[in-house]
Design a binder for this molecule. Structure first.
Ligand SMILES: Cc1cc2nc3c(=O)[nH]c(=O)nc-3n(C[C@H](O)[C@H](O)[C@H](O)COP(=O)(O)OP(=O)(O)OC[C@H]3O[C@@H](n4cnc5c(N)ncnc54)[C@H](O)[C@@H]3O)c2cc1C
Length: 456
């Protein structure tokens, strides 16, 4: 009975075509591409406007039913699979690019705009500008990515993608709309501050405090020339020094590091890829020379990238999934861990031990952000999606890796439920109490994505 009342009301709000509770339609929303177990979903709704979202939230408060916002659903860590059932709000119909400001270099867009759409729009209409882009599939949303502190090839120079947010329009769990950032006061969505900064409440909080409907993110000038300087290190203890020297000369656009025991020629090595950009071929040659010198001094063997790999290495985004050791059934998930530089050698050595313990081929990558200030390490585990046993093994490896991350003084990124529990067990008690107070105040009925970051 209650289901009938809810579905009827949702139909009135968004139109019959954009809401469902058919088992077959819901199936895809009960899981994601990662190793999480499926969880039930009761309704999926696809709103077109913020006013429709306000009405859905009003209904959820009336009926005490949970809401989970979803962009592309590609975090891999089960973040858009509701923990307590209820309504999934699929944002994909809110897909308008609203403004490009070339002079202050930002874009204002609706929260359902995908990275693929923004990239192709800019290439066509503003080819001199580029957005922050993760190495995720193009159907990931810009909002979903920046709201979880994603990262990409601009992160070396400009930090994680969360730090590139200028402003947000948010529908709060009470249904009120609020603008955050310079747009709270100005027609220009050009800056975060200087106002008390509440944008942070909505980043990495996984939708527990509101639904972002509109946002502004920074754009950056697109360089004419770009290349990658590839090197191989034998001993992981040499990693911090070479990275300190590269970042000190301040020429890298992006720095990737990794180990994978496949293909065979990479086994036993740590690869380093420093991307450089410039206005001319000479610029690139000059920077390559500097990097070769640094590599040589730090026991990192320079290697010319074979032509067949060069093209794929230069793609933006890189086809990251190609790096994983895919097995039959094609599943993979990783713990992304923000780690301090001095712990990177341990992260690689101990991460590889976890893989071997579970009979998996070590596949670990990392990206440097804001110079040297954070290294995000991706401990990747592949599995056969058709094998429950294989997926359970991946979950055990992810669990061990979350614990390792904390032991190393790091922080699991976009943590799945198990990772959130481990974080909460170790979190400062004052922080936990503040989190609970904020959640209880902003969302008195506990309707927004309950179960995530839940302080009991
Ligand atoms: C092959 C592959 C490679 C990847 N490489 C990278 C990479 O290089 N860098 C990187 O950063 N990530 C990477 N990822 C991880 C992930 O895909 C991205 O971060 C992606 O951008 C997440 O966006 P999404 O739209 O799928 O978010 P979703 O999974 O839909 O949502 C993410 C979180 O944000 C919340 N949310 C979504 N929309 C809203 C909203 N409007 N309001 C409030 N909360 C909302 C959701 O509830 C969820 O908690 C990769 C993933 C894959 C599969």
């Amino acid at each position: 009975m209650i289901d009938t009342i809810i579905i009827e009301r949702l139909r009135e709000i968004v139109g019959v075509k954009y809401v469902t509770n058919n088992k077959e339609d819901l199936y895809i929303y009960t899981k994601d591409p990662g190793a999480s177990l499926p969880r039930p979903v009761d309704f999926v709704v696809m709103p077109h406007t913020k006013e429709e979202i306000q009405e859905i939230i009003k209904l959820a408060n009336d009926k005490k039913i949970s809401i989970t916002p979803m962009g592309g659903g590609l975090t891999l860590s089960g973040l858009v699979i509701p923990i307590k059932g209820g309504i999934v709000i699929d944002m994909k119909r809110m897909d308008k690019i609203l403004e490009i400001n070339e002079s202050s270099r930002y874009v204002v867009l609706e929260a359902g705009v995908t990275i693929g759409k923004l990239l192709s729009y800019l290439r066509q209409h503003h080819p001199q500008l580029e957005p922050p882009v993760p190495d995720a599939p193009p159907s990931a949303t810009v909002a979903g990515n920046v709201l979880i502190h994603g990262s990409g090839y601009l992160s070396q120079r400009h930090g994680d993608h969360g730090s590139m947010i200028n402003g947000l329009e948010v529908v709060l769990p009470t249904g009120e709309i609020c603008n955050l950032g310079s747009c709270a006061l100005s027609d220009y969505w050009f800056s975060k501050g200087p106002l008390p900064d509440f944008i942070g409440l909505f980043t990495s909080s996984f939708g527990i405090l509101g639904i972002v409907t509109k946002l502004s993110i920074r754009l950056f000038p697109r360089s004419k020339y770009r290349d990658v300087v590839f090197g191989l290190l034998k001993d992981p203890r040499d990693i911090p020094e070479v990275l300190l020297e590269i970042t000190a000369v301040n020429i890298a656009e992006d720095i990737l590091l990794g180990m994978q025991d496949k293909p065979a020629w990479m086994k036993g090595y740590f690869f380093l890829m420093t991307y450089i950009t410039g206005d001319s071929e000479e610029d690139i040659q000059r920077q390559t020379k500097i990097l070769k010198k640094i590599y040589h001094k730090n026991k990192c063997r320079f290697m010319k990238v074979p032509e067949k790999f060069h093209r794929s290495y230069m793609e933006k985004p890189i086809f990251a999934a190609a790096a994983a050791d895919f097995r039959k059934g094609g599943g993979f998930e990783y713990v992304g861990a923000f780690i301090p530089l001095e712990k990177v050698p341990d992260a690689y050595l101990r991460g590889a031990e976890i893989s071997r313990k579970y009979g998996l081929i070590p596949t670990i990558g990392s990206r440097l952000m804001s110079g040297i200030h954070t290294v995000v390490v991706f401990f990747t585990y592949s599995f056969n999606r058709a094998s429950a046993e294989d997926m359970a093994t991946a979950r055990k490896a992810l669990h061990d890796t979350n614990k390792l991350t904390i032991e190393l003084g790091g922080i699991p990124w976009k943590a799945e439920l198990d990772g959130q529990k481990i974080i909460l067990e170790n979190l400062d008690s004052g922080y936990k109490s503040l989190l609970k107070k904020i959640k209880d105040t902003i969302d008195p009925n506990g309707i927004m994505n309950p179960g995530n970051w839940e302080v009991l």
